[in-house]
Design a protein around this ligand. Structure first.
Ligand SMILES: Cc1cc2nc3c(=O)[nH]c(=O)nc-3n(C[C@H](O)[C@H](O)[C@H](O)COP(=O)(O)O)c2cc1C
Length: 315
């Protein structure tokens, strides 16, 4: 299902839509994931349309679903497989934001490894007619590390790939990702591919993770949002300094691609969070961010981005 050594764009709600995925693939990402989509919304309301949208350029792609129980998740997965034919359906068992935990979904289920296994089993079964495999994205556990039991249940259920963000749900993003657990998971998983996700900041760290932890793939999340060129840096084995002009051009291209699947003004709102990330580390970023944030509509945003581009300041 995955070639050894793949570098993957991690799923990130609000950022990893079709436009950003395409640009990251172009820069060298080997595989992409959609952001998490709610199973009930998919089954009852066809709510996934904007988030499940992708083009062939983003393949191989995993469409990610989250929910609360096996039937609901399996049903939603079948809808996605039938409509979109992705390379895999991924089940989110990691998200630990308040709203999701309150709904007893996603990361909440880390407390119930048997239910996680059952969800995978039913989803694998539901996807057989489409020949679409099931992957899972997990954390170490909920309050504490329960990786072994979780992994064993997922494997028993027939999972085809496991991506691990080696922190507990309670940890959120605090502390450090414990990559030794990625290695341990690979020992448990045997032939089933294992992908590590957490705290990658530079292309050299990607290289080190492959060397030290025996994983099949490495995911890049937050670092790719502020520096999507990290995929190119890894491929070319060199640091790349990206000037302000090129950063603005990246955003303008991303925006025009977003208009394929988001209403125009919605895209201009959504992209603002990304713009502030792309300006990280740039001299004069406070002033640029202010210009961007106060833009009231698409026209003003684009005019302001063009003004930023014309400034003589460089990194
Ligand atoms: C803003 C944001 C949104 C995220 N959304 C998702 C998501 O939709 N599905 C998912 O499995 N993980 C999600 N994650 C977790 C990331 O995929 C990744 O595992 C985590 O950020 C650790 O990797 P990093 O340090 O490279 O960012 C999200 C993370 C961030 C920061």
């Amino acid at each position: 299902m995955i070639k050894k050594g793949e570098v993957i764009l991690a799923p990130m709600a609000g950022y990893t839509h079709s436009a950003f995925r395409r640009l990251c693939k172009e820069l060298g990402a080997d595989r992409t994931y959609s952001e998490l989509m709610n199973a009930t919304g998919i089954v009852n309301r066809g709510e996934e349309r904007e988030l499940a949208y992708f083009t062939p350029l983003e393949r191989p792609i995993h469409l990610q679903v989250y929910g609360r129980n096996p039937e609901e998740i399996a049903k939603a997965a079948a809808v996605l497989a039938e409509k979109y034919r992705p390379e895999a359906i991924d089940i989110n068992f990691g998200c630990s934001v308040k709203k999701v935990l309150k709904a007893k979904a996603a990361g909440y289920l880390l407390q119930f490894p048997k239910v996680m296994g059952e969800i995978v089993r039913e989803t694998v079964e539901a996807l057989k007619p489409y020949s679409v495999p099931v992957s899972a994205k997990i954390r170490l556990g909920f309050y504490e590390d329960n990786l072994k039991e979780i992994a064993e249940n997922l494997l028993k259920g027939g999972v085809s790939l496991i991506a691990l963000h080696p922190r507990t749900a309670k940890q959120g993003f605090s502390g450090e990702a414990d990559w030794s657990k990625v290695k341990l998971l690979k020992e448990i998983a045997g032939e089933v591919p294992v992908v590590g996700s957490g705290d990658i900041k530079t292309w050299k760290e990607i290289e080190r993770k492959f060397e030290e932890f025996n994983c099949d793939g490495v995911m890049v999340g937050r670092a790719a949002v502020s520096n999507p060129w990290i995929f190119k840096e890894y491929r070319e084995k060199r640091d790349i300094e990206v000037p302000l002009k090129e950063r603005v051009d990246f955003i303008l291209r991303e925006l025009s691609l977003m208009w394929e699947f988001f209403p125009k003004e919605k895209a201009c709102k959504v992209i603002k969070a990304h713009i502030t990330q792309i300006f990280k580390g740039i001299r004069g970023k406070a002033r640029f961010n202010e210009l961007v944030m106060k833009s009231k509509d698409c026209k003003e945003l684009i005019d302001n981005l063009k003004r930023v581009k014309q400034t003589t300041l460089q990194i």
